[in-house]
Ligand binder design. Structure first.
Ligand code: PHB
Length: 251
């Protein structure tokens, strides 16, 4: 693909424009996108116009821009994430109906836990997870499971640090984290009180594909001192159910 004077390809420039959007920054002007993408203003404006024409971005009456529905449609179409989410949803609903707090599905994405789904009871406790949001691997129950069962080089990278402290109880010592990951592999689950917020406990179990490889984590977030054994049983049953559903799924 054609390179710009700064050496990046057209695809890279488009990604830089799209990457300026986040969960907190959903609406921007083309000028803001230009500044935040680091692209020359005229380039950013041109790419924004083209993406609006293609439906990947949408422009409102005040000329501000947001990610378009067509981008969502294309991203999900036939994706593994959608297939996994569809297989998981009935089981997540069952967990959620019984636990009545928060039930979540996460996958490993670029060294972070990326959340594909979250179900929450209207009166559930605190939870900072957002759908399509990310949490650090070492500081969330889902992340710990994905890290424990992830590739060796991922573990090496994460253990090399820095292990940023998100709450007073986040594991920041690589030796402690390494032991915790060993425990998770042995036990097949994690109970992580306060690792990202002092007021909550996360519990997570791995979801495996037909070959036994861990492809996702299923978790619940509970108020800090809630009992954990019932929710853990629910998660284990649901993870096994999702694995079986994936095995019988014909794409
Ligand atoms: C967790 O997965 O450990 C977790 C996630 C979000 C929270 C609390 C705990 O708000």
């Amino acid at each position: 693909m054609a390179n710009s004077p700064t050496g990046d390809t057209m695809a890279e420039r488009i990604v830089r424009v799209l990457d300026t959007f986040s969960a907190e920054r959903t609406v921007q002007t083309a000028a803001q996108i230009g500044r935040r993408s680091g692209l020359p203003s005229s380039t950013a404006h041109r790419i924004v116009d083209e993406l609006v024409r293609a439906g990947l971005l949408e422009r409102d009456d005040e000329h501000r821009v947001r990610l378009g529905m067509r981008l969502w449609e294309l991203a999900l179409r036939g994706s593994n994430a959608l297939r996994l989410r569809q297989a998981a949803l009935p089981f997540m609903s069952q967990v959620q109906a019984r636990v009545r707090e928060h039930t979540q599905l996460a996958v490993l994405e670029q060294d972070e836990a990326l959340f594909l789904e979250r179900l929450s009871h209207p009166e559930a406790g605190a939870n900072i997870t957002r759908i399509a949001g990310r949490l650090p691997l070492h500081a969330s129950s889902s992340g710990l499971v994905l890290l424990a069962f992830g590739p060796d080089d991922l573990r090496r990278r994460v253990l090399a640090g820095p292990l940023v402290s998100v709450s007073p109880e986040t594991i920041t010592d690589p030796a402690v984290l390494s032991r915790v990951l060993d425990d998770i592999r042995r036990a097949g689950y994690v109970v992580a009180p306060g690792s990202i917020e002092s007021v909550s406990t996360g519990i997570a179990t791995p979801i495996r594909d037909v070959r036994g490889a861990v492809i996702a984590a299923l978790s619940v977030v509970l108020p800090r001192d809630a009992p954990t054994s019932g929710p853990l049983d629910e998660l284990r049953r649901a993870s096994a159910g999702i694995c079986a559903a994936l095995a019988s799924d014909r794409p």
